[in-house]
Design a protein around this ligand. Structure first.
Ligand code: ADP
Ligand code: MG
Length: 283
């Protein structure tokens, strides 16, 4: 049984003048434990709606969302689902509820009614996982955007969810802050086997995932592994850029230097070195 499953999910909002805005159209996919999925799509493609459906903040108009086989509409399951799926949102300033970092991180486990020792252990572990232990006693206003977002991640981690959803959580960060957050998320996925859905419009982040889901106007336009980047049309049709190294490689491939489809700086350098050496051999 998959950890998370969407079956033909439809969702509409009622707009200002009572017209229906269809945000998701017959969306079906599933996520297994420990998977690292990137969800990409333009503004308004339905990404945040999908995120809110995952943990039952909203429920489908038709179709079903199942967490561990249990529908998010089942009243008795709501508490359980909030424990299993944590969401980190875009604006770190809206996510802090107290004035001291460690109190903020303790907020989730306190609401679960855990014993004091367990709360203490989880707060320490969560802060150390995101490299913020030394800021435990700080006020949030002293922190950078990247640091605040790391605290927000720690707050979700302290719940020990099986799936963490980051809804454009790096969107307001500078490139350094983005890199920090991505590294932490990759580590948690690897070391804690925590499943991740990283919602992002930074294609470099999408390239770090094992699987990419492309959302276009409320429908899934593509769902696959890194090989998706070898069919750039999929991304272009959904109005998305390609990762930098994919774009550079396309240019080299076009002028006859066959470098394939590297996704990172290292892969790109290796592919270019190989292609250049191979070319010399043929001369
Ligand atoms: P994304 O996160 O990809 O930008 P959203 O899920 O936020 O997309 O939005 C999908 C569609 O639903 C958009 O057309 C958006 O305008 C609409 N929408 C989102 N939230 C609301 C809301 N609270 N009321 C009305 N329409 C909404
Ligand atoms: Mg959104």
């Amino acid at each position: 049984m998959p950890f998370l499953e969407f079956k033909n999910v439809e969702y509409s909002y009622v707009g200002g003048d009572d017209e229906l805005i269809q945000a998701l159209k017959s969306v079906s996919f599933s996520v297994e434990r420990g998977e690292f999925v990137a969800l990409v799509g333009c503004n308004g493609s339905g990404k945040s709606t999908l995120a809110r459906l995952c943990n039952g903040l909203i429920t489908p108009d038709s179709g079903e969302v199942l967490v561990d086989g249990v529908s998010t509409t089942s009243k008795s399951a709501t508490f359980d689902i909030r424990k299993k799926i944590g969401i980190v949102f875009q604006n770190p300033d809206n996510q802090m509820v107290t004035t001291i970092v460690e109190d903020d991180v303790a907020f989730g486990p306190e609401n679960l009614g855990l014993p004091r020792d367990e709360i203490r252990a989880r707060v320490d572990w969560a802060l150390s996982s995101v490299g913020m232990s030394e800021h435990a006693g700080s006020g949030p206003f002293r922190l950078s955007g990247g640091q605040k977002q790391r605290v927000a991640i720690a707050g979700v981690l302290a719940i020990k969810p099986e799936l963490m959803i980051l809804d454009e959580a790096t969107g307001m960060l500078d490139p350094n802050g983005r890199r920090e957050v991505l590294e932490i998320v990759k580590k948690l996925n690897r070391d804690e086997n925590m499943a991740v859905i990283m919602i992002t419009h930074f294609m470099e982040e999408a390239a770090a995932a094992d699987r990419i889901i492309v959302l276009d106007k409320g429908s899934i336009a593509a769902d696959g592994g890194k090989e998706l980047f070898t069919t750039p049309e999929v991304f272009e049709q959904a109005g998305l850029d390609l990762p930098l190294y994919v774009r550079l490689a396309q240019r080299l491939n076009n002028i006859g230097l066959d470098v394939g489809c590297p996704l990172t700086a290292d892969e790109f350098a290796d592919a270019v070195a190989k292609a250049v050496k191979g070319g010399e051999g043929k001369k």
